[in-house]
Design a protein around this ligand. Structure first.
Ligand code: GLU
Length: 389
């Protein structure tokens, strides 16, 4: 029987689902480059270098391994993640049973929210925010409650606590922070932990940038005494393994088991070669190579030295991660329009603040090749000079 095409509709939930804007911008920039245009792609949140050679070698030796692993990951990998995280955070409760290995941090966040959030439950997200955080909350039927950060992009604990109510289930933290690159102050984190004391609210700490820090004064959010805590992390950003899709969550056993149950249906285990890559990274302490940090510091300085000479642009020097979040409100009313024009006229691709619930801003990722970055900065400088005339 012929089906009436008008009835083959998408599920209602798809109406609010949009492609990750950061990935979409990156795709668009790459497409323009493939068409032969000169593009300076400062959209992507990923290191420009290849997979480290020692990881390539270690994985190559394990390529015969083709079988399923437990959905929560290889036992030795869970053990090593538990051991290194226990030491890194100084949290003695972290054992292998608390660790679930996932095919990147996105399923880790999805499974955590899926395990905790009932339809209609609220999850607080400080904004600006990475879009996948709010989108994943909505995908599990929750309500993303966006709470603006302070003007210098720290947690606004008073604003957060003002939005807490009986439906509040969780708060997502991300420090160093995407898209602003700021690190949350110790005082704001401790104030939040005190405000959440004895509550049923879980803090989900997206720690993907914690190993890319430039400020000595960095405080790891999980060390601030949150009673209900899920840590999400992975190997993408610090080990140049974005395309390998390998991450993990650390939670109390009940949540870890629930998340594993979900993932056993959705992804099964994270790919074996990626788990092997993670084991290799851990064998060297899961630290970014010193050269990577040096390169990032140098490129951060390069951007800082250029941007500070451009009148009417404002920004905060990032304390971690690899983003500058530029305040364009002194020069334009529409950051999306401004970014589009910048791309069309100069080939420089940034991510407009609209992608992070922060119109008026643009995110510049400084992890590209230095020559490309230098040329892109020059283009931005000239574009601003032309547009403010
Ligand atoms: N987190 C990265 C970024 O913000 C990856 C892009 C994405 O997954 O949306 O650029």
């Amino acid at each position: 029987m012929q089906r009436d095409k008008s009835q083959i509709g998408l599920a209602a939930r798809m109406a609010t689902l949009h492609e990750s804007p950061t990935m979409a911008m990156n795709r668009h920039a790459k497409q323009l480059a493939a068409e032969g245009k000169t593009i300076y792609n400062l959209t992507a949140g990923e290191l420009a270098s290849d997979t480290p050679l020692y990881i390539q070698k270690a994985v190559a030796e394990k390529l015969h391994m083709n079988k399923y692993t437990p959905a929560a990951g290889l036992p030795e990998l869970r053990q090593q993640i538990a051991d290194s995280s226990r030491k890194f955070y100084g949290l003695n409760w972290i054992q292998p049973a608390n660790v679930v290995v996932t095919a990147s941090t996105k399923p880790a966040m999805y499974a955590s929210l899926f395990a905790l959030v009932n339809p209609g439950d609220e999850v607080i997200v400080p904004i600006p925010a990475w879009r996948s955080h709010t989108q994943l909350i909505e995908l599990v039927g929750g309500v993303a409650v966006e709470v603006p950060m302070t003007d210098d992009f720290d947690l606004d604990v008073k604003a957060i606590t003002a939005r807490i109510n009986a439906r509040t289930k969780a708060i997502i933290l991300n420090s160093p922070h995407n898209p602003t690159g700021t690190v949350f102050s110790k005082s704001s984190l401790l104030e939040l932990a005190a405000a959440l004391k004895d509550s049923v609210i879980t803090v989900i700490s997206d720690d993907i940038y914690v190993k890319l820090v430039y400020d000595k004064a960095f405080t790891l959010p999980p060390t601030c005494g949150f009673e209900r805590l899920i840590i999400i992390n992975g190997f993408s950003k610090s080990q140049a393994l974005t395309g390998w899709r390998i991450g993990y969550l650390i939670a109390d056993e009940e949540v870890a088991k629930a998340a594993t149950g979900l993932l056993s249906h959705v992804t099964g285990n994270a790919p074996m070669p990626s788990q092997q890559a993670a084991l290799a990274a851990l064998s060297r302490g899961d630290r970014p190579p010193a050269e990577t940090l040096e390169m990032l510091k140098h490129q951060r300085e390069l951007v800082d030295n250029t941007l500070k000479k451009i009148p009417n642009l404002k920004y905060h020097l990032p304390g971690g991660a690899f983003y500058f979040f530029i305040d364009l409100r002194g020069i334009t009313k529409s950051s999306a329009g401004w970014c589009e024009q910048l791309l069309n006229e100069t080939g420089v691709a940034l991510v407009p603040g609209e992608a992070f619930s922060a119109p008026g801003f643009a995110r510049l990722s400084f992890v590209t090749d230095e020559a490309v970055l230098t040329k892109a900065l020059e283009q931005i400088k000239q574009f601003v000079a032309r547009s403010v005339k």
